[in-house]
Design a protein around this ligand. Structure first.
Ligand SMILES: C[S@@+](CC[C@H](N)C(=O)[O-])C[C@H]1O[C@@H](n2cnc3c(N)ncnc32)[C@H](O)[C@@H]1O
Length: 224
C-alpha cells in the first residue's frame, strides 16, 4: 500500500517538474519575443526619427535627393571653378561626391546622422573620401566664409534667411548654385535646366556689390 502511495507521489513530482519546465520554456520564449519586438521598435525609432524631425522644424527641409540631371546642371554651373565647395544639407552625399570627382575639395553639412554616415561610406566606396568630407551639423550654426563654391537644394521658406546669411559670410570670389528654388532677391548670372532640374548660379560679386552700393547710397543720403 505504502509502495503504491510512494509511486503516485513520484508520478506527481514528475508531472509537476514537466509543467514547471513547460512554463519556464514559455516564459523564456515570451522574453525573447518581447526583446525582439522591443529591439526592433527601438531601432525603427532611432532610424526614422532623424528623417521625421525636419518636418517638425520651423523651416521644414526634408530629404529629397537631387536627380542626376540636377547634379549635371550644378556641375555645369561650376565649370572652370575650383577650390572648396560646400553642399548645405548634403543628404546622401551625391552632390559632394560628384563635385569631389570633378576635383573640388568638397564638404557636406547635414543634420541627419544616418545620411552623414551613409555619405561617408559612399565616398569611401567610390575612393573619394580624401576630397569628400561630411559633418553632422545644423547649417544655420555653421559659417561658410571659407568656401568659394556653395550649393544648396533648399525650400522656398528658407531662401530669404539663407540669402542674408551667405551675403554676410561669403567672400567676393564665391559662387552660389541654388537647385529647384532660387534666391528671392539676387540676380542669377546663369540658369540652366527645366522643371524640377532647374538650377540658378549667382556670383557673389553681384550681391556683395549690391551691399556696397546700398551702403554707399546710405552714406550719400546721410553724409557724416
Ligand atoms: C532637399 S535635401 C537635399 C539633399 C542633397 N543636397 C541633394 O541635393 O541630394 C535637404 C537636406 O537637408 C537636410 N537638412 C534639413 N535641415 C537641415 C539643417 N538645419 N542643417 C543641415 N541639414 C539639414 C535634410 O536632412 C536633407 O537631407
Amino acid at each position: 500500500m505504502s509502495k503504491v502511495l510512494q509511486g503516485e507521489s513520484h508520478t506527481q513530482d514528475i508531472l509537476h517538474m514537466n509543467l514547471d519546465n513547460d512554463s519556464s520554456r514559455k516564459r523564456n520564449w515570451g522574453l525573447l519575443v518581447t526583446g525582439i519586438v522591443g529591439g526592433t521598435l527601438v531601432v525603427l525609432y532611432a532610424v526614422a526619427t532623424p528623417f521625421i524631425t525636419p518636418a517638425l522644424r520651423k523651416i521644414c527641409l526634408p530629404f529629397v535627393p537631387a536627380t542626376s540631371t540636377q547634379i549635371e546642371n550644378v556641375l555645369k554651373m561650376l565649370q572652370y571653378r575650383s577650390g572648396s565647395l560646400v553642399d548645405l544639407g548634403s543628404g546622401d552625399g551625391r552632390i559632394v561626391i560628384a563635385a569631389a570627382k570633378e576635383g573640388f575639395k568638397a564638404v557636406g553639412y547635414e543634420l541627419n546622422p544616418w545620411l552623414v554616415w551613409y555619405s561617408r561610406y559612399r565616398a569611401w566606396r567610390e575612393g573619394m573620401h580624401h576630397n569628400a568630407k561630411f559633418y553632422i551639423s545644423d547649417l544655420w550654426k555653421v559659417s561658410f566664409s571659407q568656401y568659394t563654391n556653395v550649393v544648396v537644394f533648399g525650400v522656398p521658406q528658407m531662401m530669404p534667411q539663407l540669402e542674408k546669411k551667405l551675403e554676410e559670410e561669403l567672400d567676393h570670389n564665391a559662387r552660389v548654385v541654388a537647385c529647384r528654388f532660387p534666391f528671392p532677391h539676387w540676380m542669377p548670372d546663369h540658369t540652366t535646366g527645366e522643371g524640377i532640374d532647374v538650377v540658378w548660379a549667382y556670383d557673389s560679386k553681384a550681391f556683395k556689390g549690391n551691399e556696397k552700393t546700398l551702403s554707399e547710397t546710405v552714406q550719400k543720403m546721410h553724409p557724416l
